[in-house]
Design a protein around this ligand. Structure first.
Ligand code: FPP
Length: 234
């Protein structure tokens, strides 16, 4: 089946550090520029009619980075949350994927506040994965399923793929159609493992801060030419 436009696009924003290094700048300058690219691409994708857009902003493994880099990233997220709270985009629903409990009360409140405030908008859903890991997502869903069997009227045999999907952080979103990874690496890095089961994967050697709306158009065009069979024959 030829598919034309992806419904859900997910981005692994890779290459900020190398972008900065090439310019003799500190890594954090690359993250800042990566944040600008995030804003530009999110807006462009929304205006292009993409209904679900997910960005991998911080993984459960990224806490291992030097403290000053983690602090700088948290500052960028916090600034973005303030900005999004001030100028609510009355088209987009905003959701955060990942365990919020590790964040301070202030940041947690900003994230849940934004989720609540934007719940009513459905032209586009913008998801930011922060403190997210694909395996952690699946383990959490399995625990939730276990609890439902223990405490509610759910039997193990009631748990099928569809039910399980509803227990993931992405319960409000369909599976990923197109996964885009700039930065030259060709791996999934524990991103949306369950949700990308049938995703087309587009790798680009461009570093994330250099990624442009034109590059996104090219990725969408690539997707449009793919023959998606979902395990079926041609
Ligand atoms: C990976 O590149 C990137 C990250 C771990 C952070 C991604 C965060 C941003 C783009 C900022 C987002 C900002 C907002 C407001 C959502 P890397 O640092 O591993 O790059 P490298 O592989 O070149 O070292």
């Amino acid at each position: 089946m030829k598919s034309n436009k992806p419904v859900h696009i997910a981005f692994i924003m890779d290459g900020n550090g190398r972008w900065a290094k090439k310019r003799n700048l500190p890594r954090n300058a690359g993250h800042k520029k990566g944040g600008d690219t995030f804003r530009e691409i999110a807006k462009y994708a929304r205006d292009s009619g993409i209904k679900y857009i997910t960005f991998f902003a911080f993984s459960t493994e990224n806490w291992k980075r030097p403290k000053d880099e983690v602090d700088a990233l948290m500052k960028l997220f916090s600034e973005y949350l303030d900005e999004a709270s001030k100028q609510v985009d009355e088209k987009s629903r905003l959701i955060f994927l990942g365990d919020k409990d590790v964040f301070g009360d202030d940041m947690k409140a900003k994230m849940t506040g934004l989720e609540q405030k934007s719940k009513q908008y459905d032209a586009c859903t913008l998801a930011l994965a922060i403190n997210y890991g694909g395996r952690a997502d699946i383990v959490r869903a399995a625990r939730r399923a276990g609890k439902l069997c223990r405490d509610k009227d759910i039997r193990p045999e009631d748990i099928d793929e569809n039910f399980f999907s509803g227990l993931l952080y992405t319960s409000a979103m369909p599976d990923v159609d197109l996964l885009i990874r700039p930065g030259g690496e060709r791996r999934i890095s524990n991103f949306l493992l369950w949700q990308s089961a049938y995703a087309e994967i587009y790798f680009s050697d461009k570093l994330w801060p250099d990624f442009t709306p034109h590059d996104l158009d090219e990725a969408i065009e690539y997707f449009g030419n793919r023959d998606r069979r979902f395990g079926n024959t041609a």
